[in-house]
Design a protein. Structure first.
Length: 187
């Protein structure tokens, strides 16, 4: 089994590049609560994107389980560096367009179709059954794109996580998500 976990809430700082944002106090609290998930004990490998907020939750789990942490480039969130920080309302409009028009770059953002191919390539080697479960810590946008890819669904925001700090499980035999997004801190 593979669990794809998205980072919980972050400390938004417009002066800091988005990939370098840290978990907020609430996000860290939710990450700590995730340590109570019954499925966590089966994890034998932890892979994280190279963005700060993902590394922070992945390191917390790695320390808890006494496992090494593998930080992997190429599985980070869709590249939005063309704009940098944008206020929430504007971001939501851009994200809607990103999912609605996956073949088009929205104001310089990485195209959704390209981000989907990147995340699928970046995690393909983890889809083979293993003795122990795998935990991947990443981001909601590319996580949603991967969820769509695995399930043969069109890229569509209706499959997006309902908020930060959620997960889905992937059956490494069928290569399909077993369920939709679930909160990381609800057992």
């Amino acid at each position: 089994m593979l669990r794809y976990v998205t980072h919980p809430e972050v400390h938004v700082d417009p002066a800091v590049p988005v990939p370098n944002w840290h978990l907020s106090e609430r996000g860290r609290g939710r990450a700590v609560a995730m340590l109570e998930q019954p499925w966590l004990a089966a994890i034998g490998r932890i892979v994280s994107s190279d963005e700060t907020k993902a590394i922070e939750i992945a390191q917390l789990v790695a320390d808890h389980l006494r496992l090494p942490l593998e930080i992997r480039a190429g599985i980070g969130e869709n590249d939005r560096s063309s704009l940098g920080f944008v206020p929430k309302a504007e971001f939501e409009a851009l994200a809607n367009a990103f999912f609605a028009e996956p073949e088009r770059s929205i104001r310089g953002w990485e195209r959704a179709i390209d981000a989907q191919r990147r995340i699928a390539r970046g995690l393909a080697d983890l889809l083979t059954p293993a003795e122990r479960d795998v935990l991947v810590v990443g981001h909601g946008g590319v996580g949603t794109l991967w969820f769509c890819f695995l399930n043969g669904l069109p890229i569509d925001r209706r499959y997006d996580q309902p908020g930060q700090g959620h997960y889905f499980s992937v059956d490494q035999q069928t290569l399909r998500a077993e369920h939709g997004w679930r909160p990381i801190d609800v057992v």
